[in-house]
Design a protein around this ligand. Structure first.
Ligand code: CTP
Length: 244
């Protein structure tokens, strides 16, 4: 199904500042759903544009000493685990064409590297990826396109066990305990309900080449319109949404 509506005043290309704004894509989905693979495939196919990836994980709050001591009781899947104000500020700056310093998060020690940041430069496309990037309305409102990667829970759990034991230094019992105590309930309470905000839902994640091709074509069209707007500033853009 598809629907279209006239462009809002904010996207009126008669305003030259509006046309210069980067295209912001939100990519959400449960843990280990394949969000990173989907983002990598989009980035690869948009090789003729400047694309940057921002991970919501970078904005995990640092734990207090008490929380660190009882890390097994900490819920990393709750929206409060993230510094959403900092994430919001970061995406707002990028959207205005400014460079930002993004924190680097270490999953093994559950905290950010204290003095190391990753510089993210202004670009044509900004991809914001994470389990809860659709949770906060202010963050959602910055997105031009919202993608939800929809992968079966058993596939996600299997991947999560492999990833956490191999890459994040965890033992299998702690992974399963954390999954049952926090990850699954938070998916049901926060992640799954945010699927309703998605413009596009991709079944089977990174295996779904057709969906990714369609998404990339759509982004190309949108970026083309941005370019056209610079050439023909009086032309109006028709915005549309679509579902797979
Ligand atoms: N998490 C963790 N330890 C921390 C912080 C977070 O194990 N110190 C876990 C949370 O439980 C949360 C997950 O990290 O469920 C979020 O990362 P996830 O979305 O699984 O990682 P991605 O690589 O982005 O996932 P994908 O496979 O979809 O690309």
């Amino acid at each position: 199904a598809s629907s279209s509506s006239p462009a809002s005043a904010a996207s009126n290309p008669a305003d030259p500042n509006a046309t210069k704004q980067p295209f912001v894509i939100g990519v959400s989905g449960g843990t280990a759903s394949g969000k990173t693979t989907v983002c990598d495939m989009i980035i690869q196919q948009l090789h003729d544009h400047r694309v940057v990836l921002v991970n919501q994980d970078s904005f995990y709050r640092g734990l207090t000493p008490e929380e660190s001591e009882r890390v097994h009781e900490y819920n990393f899947d709750h929206p409060d685990a993230f510094d959403t104000e900092q994430l919001l500020e970061c995406v707002q700056k990028l959207k205005c064409g400014q460079s930002v310093q993004v924190p680097i998060y270490d999953f093994k020690i559950h905290r950010r590297s204290s003095d190391t940041f990753r510089q993210v430069n202004a670009s044509d496309v900004i991809i914001l990826e994470g389990i809860l990037v659709f949770h906060d309305q202010r963050v959602r409102n910055l997105m031009n396109m919202k993608i939800f990667v929809d992968t079966d829970a058993d596939v996600r759990l299997a991947r999560r066990i492999r990833r956490d034991t191999v890459e994040r230094g965890r033992d299998i019992n702690s992974v399963l305990e954390m999954y049952a105590k926090f990850v699954k309930p938070a998916f049901d309470d926060f992640v799954h309900p945010s699927k309703k905000y998605a413009d596009v839902i991709i079944p089977r994640g990174g295996d779904n080449h057709v969906a990714i091709d369609l998404i990339v074509q759509h982004i190309h069209t949108k970026l083309g319109q941005h370019d056209l707007c610079k050439i023909y500033p009086n032309m109006y853009v028709i915005q549309s949404t679509f579902q797979i």
